[in-house]
Ligand binder design. Structure first.
Ligand code: NI
Length: 184
């Protein structure tokens, strides 16, 4: 099942998502749906809040980047916890399926260590660096209610304000299904 992707301005993107209880959700089915949704939108990562679910889960698929370092990076992260981040801060151009047509350089630490559950509810602890770490950091932000634009300078944020407002009103060109925030 392909979900519509929630865009900038929806409060679900600003909530701190909650842990999933093993019996509560069929994580295998949900991860399949999330992979399908992400693929239809040509994304390399998708977090549950982006399909309107405020739960701690995200999927990644680095293959569209056609980068040697991410060709085998296809994974599901459930109830993840970034245990530490280190290494030099480096800049990488990020985009987000919830913020269509905006890409900006974001600076983040190079490496991280993460603990999470896989779809069989086995606990994993792994280290990542480079682009893999970057994708994880971006998706992890989503389950904390943070968007990549939050990391930009006040000047850049002012420059983007109008574009972001347009996105929240559905004024944008996008070739995948989106859910525009409903004005109350
Ligand atoms: Ni994103």
């Amino acid at each position: 099942m392909i979900y519509p992707i929630v865009v900038y301005g929806d409060p679900v993107l600003r909530q701190k998502a909650v842990d999933i209880e093993p019996d509560e959700i069929d994580v295998r089915q949900l991860s399949e749906d999330m992979f399908e949704t992400m693929k239809a939108a040509h994304g390399v990562g998708l977090a549950a809040p982006q399909i309107g679910k405020s739960i701690r889960m995200f999927v990644v698929d680095g293959r569209p980047l056609e980068d040697e370092s991410t060709n085998d990076f296809v994974k599901v992260f459930i109830n993840p916890e970034i245990l530490e981040e280190d290494g030099e801060e480096w800049t990488f151009e990020e985009g987000c399926l919830s913020i269509p047509n905006i890409r900006e350089d974001v600076s983040r630490p190079e490496k991280l260590r993460i603990r999470y559950f896989d779809v069989d509810w086995n606990e994993q602890e792994e280290e990542y660096d480079g682009v893999k770490a970057r994708i994880i950091q971006h998706e992890y932000d989503h389950i904390e209610g943070v968007l990549f634009t939050d990391h930009l300078s006040p000047f850049k944020k002012r420059m983007l304000k109008g574009k972001l407002q347009n996105i929240s009103k559905g004024k944008m060109k996008v070739d995948y299904r989106v859910a525009v925030p409903v004005k109350k």
